[in-house]
Design a protein around this ligand. Sequence first.
Ligand code: SF4
Length: 359
Amino acid sequence: MDALRASRGRFLARLRAEVPAVEVEADGEIVHLGALSPGCRACKAGTWDCLFTTLRCNLRCGFCLNPQVEAGDFHGSAFGREPEEIARNHARTDIRGISFSGGEPLLERERLFEWVAFFRQRRPDAWLWAYTHGLLATEDDLRTLGALGLDEIRFNTAATGYAHAAVLESLAHAARHVPHVTVEIPAIPEDLDRLLGSLDKWAARGVRFLNLHELLYEPGTPSAQRPGPREPVVLADGHLTAIDPGSREVTLAVMKEVQRRGLQLAVNDCSLQGKLRQLEGRRRSLMPLTRRPWEEMQADTTLVSYLLWQSELEFELVHPGRVDAARRGHPSWHLARLSRRAPTTLEAAEDWLSCEHLF
Ligand code: SF4
């Protein structure tokens, strides 16, 4: 993580020098040229929930980050499987952005429409957006999504070569029916020329936001098999992933080009560090559902509690605020301090960090 921070720090210094209008927030975890979509604000604050209408997709992108699960399918989110359950759980947290993703969500068109309608009615205050690669999005679909109250639609144009004629047409339809249109793609170094050559085509069709993801090589997904230079990163929980260091050059080149040509396109640098910030935010968002009454959340999102015990059958789990009083009640009992990482989904296995025997 320290190496990642250092290499990113060097990149941000160049970015600031070469793109003076770039905005750098939260110690470099939020970086953008122009406005951020309200959905991206919610994402970066960890107050976003992504609902999957399906994990199936009719394309096979080499950079795909979907898990390679051949059998079966999944729908739902970190907050549950069906809209009622998800909305009930959202109501106990601070979720303000709700997205509909896949796979390709339009492979489950009716479910997508139903869910957008349900959440629009239930959450008039939330920012709702959907993802698509664009090939299956007809004008009727986009009209329906707009009429149902979708705020934003994001196209993964990298899935179809950046300027596929049918997708360019869909972008134009989308701009007529949905209030905000975004292109959201990985920043792939070998595609830089095609990307730069597509910026004005997207802007001319009404795209106003461009989200550039740092290219990830994530174990267990097709992206792991993709060739390319890797900068390995070990995350705080021990998970090993890798980024393509060339991605940052793509982001820099795109921001410079947007600035030079005065394009009406806001560019968001969606880095691995930004995603880690989002994960921490998600741990906090889920806390009302995952924290047990005897646990206390620390600033780093670990959950701490104490265990007082005399035998396997005689024990008490104690909140840190009550530990002194509880010890006075059982002066001869043993005491241990427990800590676990706050989960990012409701079903996540317990991630214990320590059990420190104190007495
Ligand atoms: S990246 Fe998106 S469009 Fe490409 S295969 Fe994966 S889910 Fe489908």
